[in-house]
Design a protein around this ligand. Structure first.
Ligand SMILES: *[C@@H]1O[C@H](CO)[C@@H](O)[C@H](O)[C@H]1NC(C)=O
Ligand SMILES: *[C@@H]1O[C@H](CO)[C@@H](O)[C@H](O)[C@H]1NC(C)=O
Ligand SMILES: *[C@@H]1O[C@H](CO)[C@@H](O)[C@H](O)[C@H]1NC(C)=O
Length: 831
């Protein structure tokens, strides 16, 4: 099938442009007539090689000339057709060589592939035979014998084979005929044969037309005029010493090197023996490369040689004597290759920048090396420097792939200068190198990292809203937006409020601001999470805990729980007349919502009726008899007690206290009058007595009511003794602890036992203790009767036997708690 096809194409050769001759695996050959138009289709190479048309463009299909020679064809990546891109002149390319193969290369990437394309350029009869001169002048002696032959200059036809000169014809004449003979190498020479002797006296010149005809279809021809002058004798033509001179010449020979000397001798004397040399048929290249001295026959090098361009020359030299007799000789010059070409490194493809997360053995570039020398001098080895995560992997022929051998990390090394060194195997070897610059592109592979593992901020309470609290900072080594850090607060709940209502953060600077003023008494510390996120996509983030500690300021005055500030006139304590020195008569109870020194309270009597009679414990607030009470003492005693904390500046509160030194409430007619002036009127006095009586009755009634209420609640909520009532609302709401603030934890309970029935209203402080030394449970265990008593009180509402155990539940922070209540310890006892 194929052969029929080839045959038919062959038949159509004249009309058709080309035939496809042969496909080898990897290689493809085409035959092509020379001088085709640019763009003419040579063949469908994609089809012939079985390549997928669709990905030709993606694989960067292209035609490379072998070596650094010219590129004569192109591939159309859409159709897969190979087209002519340059004038292809067989004569220019191959001269007289019988076979002219043009080597081109199809290169595809990914994976790298190369296919050799051999284009057999076929001759077209596009050159006519040409004679070197327009007129051949011959001088022939009239004595010349019949049958003498005169060698004629050959016509030259650049075409080859049958397209070259095939025959010569001579115009009709009386004297001469033509003897045509073929010589080795297909050359055809012709000689003029004298048929009829010349007679200078009859005709002193003869003009002939010599026509050279080639064998093309249609044939082309060229003519020359032969002008024969009839002379007297010049018997001898010059004679070369050799018919062929063979020399070899290293390609790096300098200009003006003597290549060869031809010499021809002519036996004649005088002008007839003077020989001049000239080039006969020499290629254009040969003419420019060599010069011939017409007199000495010395051939000199006129231009530098390159064996890679032209490895041999054939020069035809003609020797002419003075009267035009010629002879010919050939000089064959072989150009010897020496290692004069360094390898050339060509970066065919470079994928730069390379993302830093590329897989191992990823191809990042394709390198081609070429060396124009032949043999070992043309064998090239390629290498790159060590200690970089790349290597060269030899691919097809002179191609290398640059692949990664390790992980790339832009944050460590962001660019590589890779030096490729190519060395050939000549002696001495030549090498060349080329540096390629490969940059590594960023990938968002690093999350922001905070400089500290956690942050803590100390803020004084009552801070200004908007003040800065602390600054967090995170670093991200990635590039541009992949390394741009944005801060935010993670939403969470802090003691029931949103983080955003407490703090705000500047997303760019990481400065954290307080949104509102903090209150130490509300909370002492809190933690928030700050998120640092980069701007990559997807973004990476990390978080850090910021602990905010609020420090106390003395912004709360002491609060006096007992005696109550309201209802002054009822704040009366009864002191038995028999009270002895040191006995506890009352106690001022105050708390301070602050902590530490700001809540360390001290008590002072600042005004009193009788300065000598009572003292107050500086820190316990207990009022004791300074000496035994005596009859002479004023029955009514009143004080003003100031409670001061230890803050800076100190805050204080005052309260008034009234004491009655009496065993019996009835003895006190002017109870209500105590705060009044002594000189009040009698009428008022009696009125007061009446009022007191009613009040006493009323109070008793209230006490009963309250006792009943206690029973319902089963838990004492009110402290009362006669006219004394401390509502639970006075207890501060929250005395939470500070964690890690360095203050000691100290909870103390006041356990007050009040005899509700007796008018002697004794405060019995069972214990005022530090919970470290004595837990609250233990107190209860130690005094189980009181619990029973309390329950009995509730059940039977018997105020006389009832004892109320009261817990003031304040837990307060103290520093140096051991000396806070000097003289008061767990065993401090009843009056
Ligand atoms: C690579 O070469 C360039 C220019 O020659 C130079 O500026 C750069 O610093 C080099 N880089 C490395 C990593 O050596
Ligand atoms: C950031 O990283 C992503 C991949 O994570 C990459 O595509 C992008 O080009 C990087 N941006 C810059 C500015 O390098
Ligand atoms: C905070 O970071 C830790 C790890 O460092 C992570 O397990 C946790 O999920 C992060 N929290 C938030 C809310 O993103």
């Amino acid at each position: 099938m194929e052969s029929i096809c080839v045959l038919s194409v062959l038949l159509n050769l004249c009309f058709c442009m080309f035939i496809m001759a042969n496909i080898a695996i990897g290689d493809v050959s085409y035959s092509l007539l020379e001088e085709m138009k640019r763009g003419a289709v040579i063949g469908n190479i994609a089809k012939d090689l079985g390549l997928n048309l669709n990905n030709l463009a993606a694989r960067k299909a292209r035609i490379d000339a072998e070596g650094t020679r010219r590129k004569y064809c192109d591939i159309n990546v859409n159709s897969g057709e190979l087209t002519v891109s340059e004038r292809i002149d067989r004569e220019g390319l191959c001269g007289k060589k019988p076979v002219c193969i043009l080597k081109q290369e199809l290169v595809l990437e990914n994976p790298l592939e190369s296919h050799r394309i051999n284009i057999n350029v076929q001759d077209v009869n596009d050159n006519s035979p040409v004679f070197k001169k327009e007129v051949i002048k011959l001088e022939i002696g009239e004595s010349a014998d019949k049958g003498s032959r005169f060698l004629l200059e050959e016509a030259h036809d650049a075409d080859i084979g049958t397209n070259s000169v095939q025959t010569y014809t001579l115009s009709r004449n009386e004297h001469f005929s033509l003897a045509v003979s073929s010589k080795t190498g297909g050359r055809i020479s012709c000689e003029l044969v004298l048929d009829e002797e010349l007679d200078r006296e009859l005709k002193n010149d003869v003009t002939l037309i010599l026509t050279a005809v080639d064998g093309g279809t249609p044939p082309r021809s060229g003519t020359v005029t032969i002008h024969v002058t009839v002379l007297d004798a010049n018997d001898n033509a010059p004679l070369f010493t050799k018919s062929v001179y063979k020399v070899s010449l290293p390609e790096n020979s300098p200009i003006d090197t003597l290549v060869a000397t031809v010499s021809a001798t002519d036996a004649d004397e005088g002008v007839n023996g003077e020989v001049l040399y000239e080039f006969s048929h020499v290629s254009e290249n040969g003419l420019t490369t060599f010069s011939l001295n017409p007199n000495s026959g010395q051939i000199l090098l006129a231009e530098s040689l390159d064996s890679e361009d032209e490895s041999s020359f054939e020069l035809q030299i003609q020797a002419t004597d003075g009267l035009g007799l010629v002879s010919f000789a050939t000089v064959i010059i072989e150009v010897l290759d020496i290692n004069d070409n360094s390898p050339v490194i060509i970066i065919k493809t470079l994928y730069s920048p390379v993302p830093e997360n590329v897989a191992l053995s990823t191809e990042v570039g394709i390198i081609n090396v070429q060396d124009r020398d032949s043999g070992y001098s043309g064998q090239v080895y390629c290498s790159i420097q060590q200690n970089i995560p790349f290597k060269l992997v030899p691919s097809i022929k002179n191609y290398y792939s640059l692949v990664t051998t390790g992980e790339l990390d832009r944050e460590l090394i962001s660019e590589y200068n890779i030096t490729i060194t190519a060395t050939d195997e000549g002696s001495p070897p030549l090498s060349s190198s080329k540096t390629i610059h490969l940059s590594v592109a960023d990938v968002n592979d690093n999350p922001p990292v905070f400089k500290e593992q956690f942050y803590s901020a100390h803020v004084k309470e009552n801070n200004k809203p908007g003040s800065s609290v602390c600054t967090v900072a995170a670093k991200d080594p990635d590039w541009r937006q992949n390394g741009t850090v944005v801060y935010s607060l993670l939403p969470s709940d802090v003691n029931g409020s949103q983080v955003s209502s407490l703090l705000s953060i500047n997303g760019d600077t990481g400065v954290i601001h307080a949104v509102r003023s903090f209150d130490y008494e509300q909370f002492k510390s809190f933690k928030v999470l700050v998120l640092a996120r980069d701007n990559g996509s997807p973004p990476l983030s990390s978080n850090v805990t910021v602990s905010v500690f609020i420090s106390d300021e003395n912004d709360n005055s002491p609060q006096i729980l007992y005696p109550s500030l309201e209802g002054k006139s009822f704040m009366t304590e009864m002191v038995p007349k028999a009270a002895q020195s040191g006995s506890l008569v009352s106690k001022v109870i105050a708390v301070d919502a602050d902590s530490g020194q700001n809540a360390w309270l001290s008590y002072h009597i600042i005004k009193t009726t009788d300065t000598g009679l009572f003292t107050i414990g500086e820190h316990s607030g207990e009022i004791r008899m300074k000496r035994d009470a005596s009859e002479s003492d004023n029955m009514k005693q009143n004080f003003v007690v100031s409670v001061k904390d230890n803050g800076e500046p100190a805050l204080s509160a005052t309260c008034s206290l009234y004491l009655l030194i009496s065993d019996n409430l009835a003895e006190v007619p002017e109870l209500k009058d105590m705060s009044y002036d002594e000189s009040s009127s009698k009428l008022t006095f009696y009125l007061i007595i009446a009022l007191v009586s009613v009040s006493t009755f009323f109070l008793t009634f209230i006490i009963i009511i309250l006792a009943v209420r206690f029973c319902h609640r089963r838990k004492p909520r009110l402290l009362f003794d006669g006219a004394v009532a401390i509502p639970s609302a006075y207890l501060p709401p929250n005395y939470a602890e500070v964690d890690g603030a360095g203050t000691l934890r100290s909870t103390y309970n006041y356990d007050a036992y009040l005899t509700t029935g007796s008018r002697t209203s004794d405060f019995k402080f069972v214990s005022t203790y530090n919970d470290v030394t004595l837990p609250a449970d233990l107190t209860l265990k130690k005094t189980p009767t009181f619990v029973a008593d309390l329950e009995a009180l509730c059940d039977v509402n018997d105020s006389k036997s009832g004892a109320v155990q009261l817990h003031f539940g304040p837990t307060a922070d103290v520093t140096g708690s051991t000396d806070r209540y000097p003289g008061v310890d767990g065993d401090e006892n009843l009056l």
